[in-house]
Design a protein around this ligand. Structure first.
Ligand SMILES: [Zn+2]
Ligand SMILES: [Zn+2]
Length: 335
């Protein structure tokens, strides 16, 4: 057991604030939580109560059927147990927040997942200066450097056009929350016909529309089955789990591609298989990750997710920051 006077500590349920008796993105149900965004690895169900941004509240109402939360506008501050808290855009998906905590003159920022590339489907990242920064490190290797997203949308459009010429349907695999809407808004300038989407994407689209995001026209994939003959030359966006055998049988001749940051390495390895992929990620790439940490001015950094040990070492040795990997933090028994 290690008792520290730090505002936040590591516990078996995740990051805990002893002073305010709350958790941040806990991995299990707790009495009181702050939730950074709507992805399942950050927003578990069953919390007694939680705080999040207005848009994340809309998303979690749909995803967890849980509306027992207090929602906040961007940068609106509130207090729990003497800790001053506010949510700041993380640029990852709609409503995604960095969480700023201030107590006794010290500022901690929990980044959640974040990116700094342009994305018209969500609020752009805003830098929050701090003393201690808790960063993700999903793509914390120099090999991960993203292209301009406009170039990727052009590549996707060209792929769809090529497939159309061969009477093939184009199936693009993407997460239902965030990636799908980013692709939809990116493809908006090219749209001629409605884009077919899975039900889980349609549900998230409704949340995005409610918060003022303009999306192209879509058709629910369940309507596909009613058509005879099945259409060709169409674009269909589905989460991986939506690509069921039953649906594959009905798609007619088609090509499948995924849209993910991991494709950077998968493509380089020239993996052969059913999917070839477009490189588009909702996380910071290597240059943006390093630059963000410099710009926060943080002297201490906790590194969570992904390449956390090697990245913490890089920060210590090359950036002169007191950095520690999540795995190397001691568990505090208070949480
Ligand atoms: Zn996420
Ligand atoms: Zn995550």
């Amino acid at each position: 057991m290690c008792i520290t006077s730090d505002l936040l500590v590591k516990t078996s349920k995740g990051i805990y604030c002893p002073k305010g008796d709350f958790y941040i993105d806990p991995v299990r149900a707790v009495k009181l939580a702050l939730i950074s965004h709507g992805h399942a690895d950050h927003a578990k169900s069953g919390h007694g109560h939680f705080h999040c941004t207005d848009a994340t509240g809309t998303i979690l109402d749909r995803r967890l059927n849980q509306s027992d939360c207090t929602t906040h506008a961007w940068e609106e501050s509130f207090e729990i147990g003497g800790v001053k808290i506010s949510f700041h855009p993380a640029g990852h998906v709609l409503g995604s927040a960095q969480i700023r905590l201030e107590s006794e003159g010290k500022v901690w920022v929990f980044s959640g997942d974040y990116k700094r590339q342009a994305d018209s489907s969500c609020e752009p990242f805003r830098l929050v200066p701090c003393d201690v920064f808790i960063t993700e490190a999903t793509f914390a290797l120099p090999v991960y450097q993203w292209k301009n997203p406009e170039e990727v949308f052009t590549e996707i459009h060209e792929w769809v056009t090529q497939n159309q010429k061969q009477n093939l349907n184009s199936v693009l695999l993407a997460y239902s929350l965030g990636k799908a809407q980013r692709l939809l808004t990116g493809l908006l300038p090219y749209q001629k016909e409605p884009i077919w989407v899975h039900k889980s994407i349609e549900e998230m689209n409704q949340c995005y529309s409610k918060h003022g995001v303009q999306l192209p026209l879509t058709s629910p994939i369940k309507e596909w089955k009613k058509l005879s003959p099945y259409p060709t030359g169409q674009l269909i966006i589905l989460p991986q789990a939506g690509l069921t055998d039953d649906l594959v049988d009905r798609l007619g001749p088609h090509r499948i591609a995924s849209a993910s940051g991991w494709n950077m390495v998968q493509n380089a390895k020239k993996r052969v298989g059913p999917t070839n992929g477009f490189v588009v990620s909702d996380h910071v790439d290597w240059p943006d990750l390093v630059q963000t940490i410099r710009e926060t001015g943080a002297k201490r950094v906790w590194v969570t997710h992904g390449q956390n040990r090697s990245f913490a070492r890089y920060l210590r040795e090359c950036e002169g920051v007191d950095a520690i990997a999540w795995e190397d933090l001691e568990n505090d028994a208070r949480g």
